[in-house]
Design a protein around this ligand. Structure first.
Ligand SMILES: Nc1nc2c(ncn2[C@@H]2O[C@H](COP(=O)(O)OP(=O)(O)OP(=O)(O)O)[C@@H](O)[C@H]2O)c(=O)[nH]1
Ligand SMILES: [Mg+2]
Length: 234
């Protein structure tokens, strides 16, 4: 099945080239990578264009301003579906998600899962180099989500995913307004509510070694108020 990896970037100059080459080494014939750059001040967008000139499997979507991960993914999904992708993946460009794990996510979708989540919190999954605060926030996010929503998913905020086309179309992501962790949680919630099959595959998540994190207090707070609302809305 033809897959498109949606790769949102904001100031990822130090990581982009290595990431695209690593993806090129593991992707199959006809698979693509779509870089979604929000006019990074460090010139990631121009570098992406340059690399797309060299690497046939790479396309670039330029967006005028930074609006958070949610809107960047929505733009990417739309393009990937319009281009005919049967599988649509999400992953970070900072090597927290290992490109070598991409084939396992794709294989799980090809074996029948509608949504595959690269999970830190199932047996065999782990978090490598991450400080205590980040571990507590991430774990806390999973526990907090479980308090309100019965997703049956151990890592609902994970950003390493693979959707099958019918599921992605059916959950109508365009109407999701969340931008951070809450975006991933709402995508999972909608997938589950519509009866699609969600499978978690274990991954090891490592902290970035190059570039700066875009995590903010706002992203956490957004999830804190939006998750109970999902439950209320039913
Ligand atoms: N297009 C776009 N990409 C973004 C935006 N915010 C973050 N990204 C990218 O999304 C991916 C994840 O962002 P990170 O900075 O790693 O944020 P995070 O993973 O939540 O935080 P850390 O765990 O600290 O790395 C990276 O590839 C970022 O460059 C945004 O507003 N627009
Ligand atoms: Mg990251």
């Amino acid at each position: 099945m033809r897959a498109t990896v949606c790769l949102p970037t904001y100031d990822e100059r130090a990581n982009l080239e290595a990431m695209l080459r690593a993806l090129g080494a593991v992707l199959g014939e006809g698979d693509r990578v779509l870089v979604i750059d929000d006019s990074s001040p460090d010139g990631t967008g121009a570098l992406a264009d340059e690399l797309a000139g060299e690497l046939e499997f790479v396309s670039v979507l330029h967006r005028p301003r930074k609006e958070g991960l949610g809107p960047a993914y929505l733009a990417g999904f739309k393009r990937a579906l319009a281009d005919g992708a049967e599988l649509v993946l999400e992953m970070d460009c900072d090597f927290s998600h290992d490109p070598a794990d991409v084939p396992r996510l794709i294989a799980a979708a090809e074996n029948g899962a509608d949504l595959v989540i690269g999970s830190r919190y199932v047996a065999g999954g782990q978090v490598g180099s991450w400080g205590l605060t980040r571990r507590v926030i991430s774990r806390g996010g999973s526990v907090y989500t479980a308090l309100f929503l019965r997703l049956g998913v151990k890592d609902p905020t994970a950003g390493f995913r693979c959707f099958r086309r019918p599921a992605l179309e059916a959950i109508d992501p365009e109407t999701i307004t969340a931008r951070g962790y809450a975006f991933q949680i709402e995508m999972t919630y909608r997938t589950k509510r519509r009866g699609f099959r969600i499978v978690e595959v274990p991954i090891t998540f490592d902290d970035r070694t190059h570039g700066a994190s875009k995590m903010s207090r706002w992203i956490v707070l957004e999830a804190v108020w939006r998750v109970p609302l999902l439950r209320l809305r039913g």
